[in-house]
Design a protein around this ligand. Structure first.
Ligand code: FAD
Ligand code: EPU
Length: 307
């Protein structure tokens, strides 16, 4: 008998505008491989690739992405394995907002600090997403990675997690993660979440990719950009948000070129060096190419995305 694998449909491959898969809603096309099983991920990662999570920390070039873009599908997105014990393996495509909600309903503490972050679990781990109230790394025990065609387990302590950073091996795809949450009560979790919600209330609701820059030690990028008088600064459809100066919002028709030019203006106006928090992918298109903004090396597979 040929076995179950022969009947397995394999990854779904579609050409898509990455604008439709990112929260900033800019970026050109790529070949998107949606994987429903580890074997699909193994196949998809045989050529140069990038991994897409929730697309909430990405600036994708208008010219698109030449590498395969690997996404984890529905089979990696279920949060039901999280039960009252608080110790669970979860697929890397689980959306963080639903996971935070489920933890609260089960009376489990540990994810309050990541309330309001529109990531998938895998992307949250790679960025060690969080707030001053807590990071995803606080609850992370271990991950399962696809690395060079093999599934490997790595302890959280070996992932190099820090402020908005990790040091996963180049070319690794997070498939699953084991979190350990602490039994508490829904009421106490909700009270802790209220403080996080209050801290986030001033953030813009318009399309964005969250904070553009990391905070420099001892200061806040938003404060620096605000102090430089840049709120409301606009290039095409991209604008420094009035609500919070470290957010670039897409007014509706922004291109990656608009956003890139806006970031350049910010960096030119703020004396302190600002490190981009976003990951930048792909090729410049149109005007950006004409201006010689090559800037984004094809670093997939062998290097991390450029900041
Ligand atoms: P993506 O943006 O898709 O990818 C980010 C990086 O992770 C890329 O390098 C990608 O290749 C890699 N990656 C994704 N999934 C995998 C995987 N399974 N395996 C290997 N690599 C992978 N961030 C914070 O830290 N704190 C906040 O408070 C916060 N608030 C935000 C608010 C808004 C409104 C928005 C839009 C964003 C905010 N962010 C915040 C930024 C963003 O949500 C985080 O950086 C998040 O961790 C990105 O996760 P993602 O799944 O969207 O990853
Ligand atoms: N500030 C200004 N003007 C602004 C924005 C901020 O003066 O336009 C000042 C505030 O008054 C405050 C300081 O800057 O004194 C810090 O501001 P805030 O409390 O809003 O926090 P932040 O440091 O700007 C960080 C994270 C956010 C996270 C919030 C909530 C970074 C880069 N940003 O913002 O994370 O949601 O705390 O805890 O670390 C993200 O990483 O994408 C992100 C949104």
């Amino acid at each position: 008998m040929p076995g179950v694998d022969a009947a397995r449909p394999g990854a779904t491959v579609t050409r898509l505008a990455l604008a439709s898969l990112t929260t900033l809603r800019v970026g050109g096309e790529a070949e998107v491989w949606t994987c429903e099983a580890d074997a699909d991920v193994r196949d998809a990662t045989r050529a140069d690739f990038r991994v897409l999570g929730g697309g909430s920390n990405l600036l994708v070039g208008d010219g698109g992405v030449p590498e395969r873009v690997v996404r984890l599908g529905r089979d990696y997105a279920g949060a039901r394995t999280l039960d009252a014990t608080g110790d669970a393996w979860l697929g890397a495509a689980v959306p963080l907002p639903g996971l935070v909600r489920r933890a609260r309903q089960l009376g489990l503490s540990g994810l309050e600090g990541v309330l309001g972050i529109p990531a998938q679990l895998g992307g949250a781990i790679v960025m060690n997403a969080g707030t001053r109230f807590g990071e995803i790394g606080d609850t992370l025990q271990e991950v399962e990675l696809m690395l060079d065609g093999r599934v490997e387990r790595v302890a959280a302590a070996d992932l190099g997690l820090g402020y908005r950073r990790s040091a996963l091996p180049p070319g690794a795809v997070v498939l699953r993660a084991r979190l350990r949450l602490t039994p508490s009560t829904p009421e106490r979790v909700a009270r802790a979440e209220a403080a996080v919600d209050a801290a986030r209330r001033g953030q813009p609701k318009a399309r964005s990719a969250g904070c553009a820059f990391k905070n420099p030690p001892g200061d806040a990028a938003g404060r620096l950009i605000d102090a430089a008088g840049l709120k409301g600064l606009r290039v095409g459809g991209a604008m420094i948000a009035h609500e919070h100066a470290n957010f670039v919002v897409n007014l509706g028709d922004a291109t990656a070129t608009d956003v890139t030019l806006l970031l350049e203006r910010v960096r030119a106006a703020v004396a302190a060096p600002l490190d981009l928090e976003w990951r930048r992918w792909g090729l410049p298109g149109g005007e950006a190419a004409a201006r010689g903004w090559g800037g984004v090396p094809a670093d997939a597979r062998t290097a991390t995305d450029v900041g």
